[in-house]
Design a binder for this molecule. Structure first.
Ligand code: TYC
Length: 107
């Protein structure tokens, strides 16, 4: 096109930006156990094996981490799965008259 004839391209001079991808990855949540002075160590190990599919060795290691540090991570899950695990563990603990506290936080 001649330099003397004005361009009819309406994008000239406009900054354009790529659209952001619409789908964000859903956030993950850590399911955590809190220490207390009353829940038996064996009961905590049983929970970690039954609800979080840990080996006896891994469950013992995580239980001792909670016992000495006050808190430990059982696993990382989608929000729905984390909520379900927290509810199941807290109900199981209450049903067995133990004060064990299971909770969740954004990973
Ligand atoms: N501190 C408890 C005890 O000495 C054991 C324990 C470990 C309790 C982990 C809770 O999440 C816990 N019997």
């Amino acid at each position: 096109m001649s330099d003397l004839i004005p361009s009819r391209d309406s994008d000239v001079g406009l900054a354009t930006q790529e659209a952001k991808p619409q789908l964000k990855k859903p956030p993950l949540y850590k399911v955590i156990l809190l220490n207390d002075d009353f829940t038996p160590m064996d009961f905590v190990v049983e929970i970690l094996i039954e609800f979080f599919n840990m080996s006896l060795e891994k469950a013992t290691q995580v239980m001792l981490q909670v016992h000495t540090q006050g808190v430990g991570v059982c696993g990382t899950y989608s929000k729905d799965v984390a909520e379900t695990k927290v509810h199941m563990v807290n109900k199981y603990s209450r049903d067995h008259q133990h004060p064990l506290m299971c909770s969740m936080e954004k990973a």
